[in-house]
Design a protein around this ligand. Structure first.
Ligand code: NAP
Length: 314
């Protein structure tokens, strides 16, 4: 996977960019923006004083504040990088500071709900271009971020049809400068696609790790000791931030429940195939799924090395 950013821009894309929420995603954006000269001034806003103190130590922002309305003052781009459930509260808090013509964006993993929460608080003349970088890790906080996180990853924009095209174009240019491939779709379609590619897989991981931990016939130490056989990969996903993922499920309820319904039906079919010894059905499915993994690798969305390129452990 490419791990290098391109050369810094000669002229910044924006004068002043405010990032609200300096966790994994916000701190990755601010690092990339600094390295690539995407903004003349970078402002970090976070409600957590410990996070702000760490951002000061890391020297990744020009200005640091806990006050959203102060932080967004004079910004021509504001990006909300807080958990999905906090977007409405943050939008309300910052509205008094937004300048006319400013562009507001976000990085939330759910789009329709974020738009419904944010839009009522935006003054006329402020453009909202929602975004979701499909990139991340199971780590959180300002130390978890890194500037190449979005390189060669997709970023999905979900502007409304009436959204100012120039504003959408500027947000696209920002993500493309960070190395992302940008696609535009409706918020509803985004939420359905991500329910099956991201949200339901996380729910399955949380569930399987929880079930293993609760089993009375298998000890906790056996779960850890024999975790190499596939289970370990679920534990990585199940270590993802609890606040972020609670909000994702509560805010993409319909699409997740729809996909879970489908999944339950398909699992019932698999159980039936196992019960009745229908090996051909299992073999056909496993052959199709292997092709999907190969497709992901050939599109550069994951490494081809065995075991995700991890060092072999005995
Ligand atoms: P994170 O590491 O937990 O960072 C979120 C930051 O926002 C924390 O510093 C948090 O402070 C702060 N915050 C929370 N509520 C706030 C408020 N009301 N006002 C100001 N700051 C507030 O989370 P993340 O992983 O970067 O995720 C941020 C967003 O990116 C989420 O919407 C998520 O859906 C989206 N996203 C995440 C990933 C991923 O893989 N992690 C990928 C794509 C998109 P505290 O520490 O006090 O809570």
């Amino acid at each position: 996977m490419p791990e290098r950013l391109g050369p810094p821009l000669k002229e910044p894309l924006f004068e002043r960019v405010a990032i609200i929420g300096l966790g994994l995603i916000g701190s990755s954006i601010i690092r990339a923006a600094r390295q690539l000269n995407l903004a003349r001034d970078l402002v970090a806003v976070d409600a957590n004083e410990a996070v702000l103190a760490r951002v000061r130590e890391l020297k990744i922002a020009d200005e640091v504040t806990a006050d959203a309305a102060v932080g967004v003052r004079d910004a021509d781009l504001v990006i909300l990088c807080v958990p999905v459930g906090a977007c409405g509260v943050v939008a309300r808090a910052m509205r008094g500071g937004l300048k006319a013509g400013a562009i507001v964006s976000d990085v939330g993993s759910v789009k329709a709900s974020v738009m419904a929460q944010v839009e009522p608080h935006l003054p006329d003349g402020v453009h909202f271009v929602p975004a979701h970088p499909v990139a991340g890790t199971e780590h959180s906080g300002p130390d978890a971020g890194f500037s190449t996180l979005f390189h060669n990853r997709w970023c999905i924009l979900t502007p409304r049809e009436e959204t100012d095209e120039a504003a959408t174009g500027r947000v696209r240019a920002f993500w493309e400068a960070m190395g992302s491939n940008v696609e535009v779709m409706s918020a509803q379609h985004h939420d359905l696609v991500l329910a099956i590619t991201s949200h339901v897989p996380h729910l399955i991981a949380y569930n399987i790790v929880g079930t293993a931990a609760d089993l009375e016939t298998v000890t906790q130490s056996e779960v850890i000791k024999f975790s190499a056989g596939g289970f370990r990969d679920f534990t990585r996903i199940a270590a993802s931030d609890p606040t972020m993922w609670r909000d994702v499920f509560l805010h993409n309820k319909e699409a997740v429940l729809e996909m879970l319904g489908r999944l339950n039906e398909d699992i019932a079919l698999l159980a039936r195939a196992i019960r009745w010894g229908e090996g051909d059905k299992l073999f056909d499915l496993f052959t199709r799924t292997r092709a999907i993994r190969r497709g992901i690798i050939s599109e550069g969305q994951d490494a081809a090395e065995p075991d995700f390129g991890r060092r072999r452990q005995g």
